[in-house]
Design a protein around this ligand. Structure first.
Ligand SMILES: C[S@@+](CC[C@H](N)C(=O)[O-])C[C@H]1O[C@@H](n2cnc3c(N)ncnc32)[C@H](O)[C@@H]1O
Length: 393
């Protein structure tokens, strides 16, 4: 038995109880490291649908509202200037290793290394997959350099650049990516204050509204100890006035793992955010680059100007996007068939479509089928290895 692992779990459990969380005795932690899934939660007895598994009071949520850093002089304003995850990342960088943090037993439990591609030194095995364009390492590095470093430098009493470095920034970002929640509960009086603040600030951009709608970004101790397995979801987090409540949404037999859902995610997203994939994933998909579809199917008389016109027409009609998606049913989407027909149409035929403002129907002719085969072969050629070799790796 790994006593350090066990002790961290039991210290955390006691900390939750001491801080007014309630936990059903029908669950306990289990070591799933032999399945590369870290710690998880297991049923110690049969659980009925709708049973409360645990309740976490809001005072235990680690967010920009509760973090130590937010209470330091000037810091409320500094954090308010940042966007996206940066405010919570900065709070976490400050507090993650502090002995005097309320969340110490929780932080001690969180991993410091990750299997997400962000940390891979060799990305070759991912060549051709949809993950490659989504890793976001450069953007994250840029965010650290542009947004975080100036704050660290301006507050030497709070931060030490040797400790609060890029590595710690990535650790905190990765923890937020894989462990955080948005607390969707809206206190009516707080909602009113925040909408008033918006009126005053005159800052009603769509992005901000969207962020507000998602709720408060927070680390939710215990709720984040549940693993995910596509198709096996048996518990869900409810955002109630008195706290965040995890309930079973199906009967759970003694010995079964308790799974939350991380969403209906394709394997590329599971890997990018959480560092694992699901073998049988009905939400898996393959993206086909819209530009490739255009380049591989344009009729011989298509110059750059006509290409632009074709793209604009397809976009106006809502058919064209950056990518076409083939999902797990392996059907070619009708939008992609329409795009192939439009790109392949000679100038005159295309001009008639535009004049009539009418898209062709997604009819599968021999010519279309050949074009689609060319596109799919091209897509396949992007993979560095065959499926057989990848599986053996
Ligand atoms: C919200 S945490 C769940 C608790 C986590 N197992 C732990 O020990 O801290 C999410 C992380 O758990 C792991 N995980 C969750 N479900 C998994 C699965 N089905 N297979 C492998 N790892 C999984 C991944 O490392 C993921 O990033």
């Amino acid at each position: 038995m790994d006593t350090t692992f066990e002790k961290a779990g039991s210290d955390f459990w006691s900390w939750l109880i001491d801080n007014k969380a309630t936990i059903s005795n029908a669950i306990t932690f289990k070591d799933y490291r032999n399945e590369n899934a870290g710690r998880g939660v297991v049923a110690t007895q049969d659980i009925k649908e709708g049973e409360e598994l645990f309740t976490i009071p809001r005072s235990l949520l680690f967010s920009t509202k509760t973090a130590q850093l937010a209470k330091k002089e000037d810091m409320e304003d500094v954090l308010a200037e940042l966007d996206g995850w940066s405010p919570l990342i900065l709070c976490m960088m400050y507090e993650l290793d502090r002995e005097d943090s309320l969340w110490k037993p929780y932080f001690d439990l969180l991993p410091r290394t990750f299997s997400t591609p962000m940390f891979w030194t060799d990305l070759k095995p991912l060549e051709g997959t949809d993950v490659m364009n989504k890793i976001g390492k450069q953007e994250a590095d840029q965010c650290y350099d542009d947004q975080i470093v100036p704050i660290l430098k301006a507050h030497p009493a709070l931060f030490d650049l040797k400790v609060h470095n890029k590595e710690l920034f990535h650790v905190c970002g990765s923890l937020i990516m894989a462990y955080s929640f948005h607390d969707e509960y809206k206190d009516e009086s707080a909602a009113e204050t925040s909408s008033k603040k918006q009126d005053n600030d005159d800052s009603d951009s769509e992005d901000e509204e969207e962020e507000e709608d998602q709720g408060l970004l927070a680390m939710v101790p215990m709720a984040d100890m549940l693993n995910h397995k596509t198709g096996y979801n048996n518990a869900r987090l409810f955002h109630e006035p008195h706290g965040l409540v995890m309930k079973s949404i199906k009967p759970i037999t003694k010995g079964m793992q308790v799974y939350n859902t991380y969403g209906d995610l394709c394997n590329a997203d599971l890997l990018r955010k959480y560092g694992f994939t699901d073998e049988n994933n009905p939400h898996d998909l393959c993206e086909i680059d819209g530009e490739d579809v255009m380049n591989l199917t344009c009729s011989d008389d298509t110059d750059d100007e006509l290409k632009e016109e074709k793209i604009a027409f397809l976009m106006d009609e809502g058919v064209m996007d950056d990518y076409f998606v083939i999902d797990a049913d392996h059907e070619i989407p009708p939008e992609m068939v329409v795009a192939v027909i439009v790109f392949g149409s000679p100038r005159d035929a295309f001009k008639k479509m535009v004049a009539k403002e009418k898209l062709p129907s997604p009819k599968m002719t021999e010519k279309v089928e050949q074009a689609l085969q060319t596109i799919l072969k091209h897509r396949l050629s992007k993979y560095g290895t065959s499926l057989k070799v990848s599986l053996s790796l």
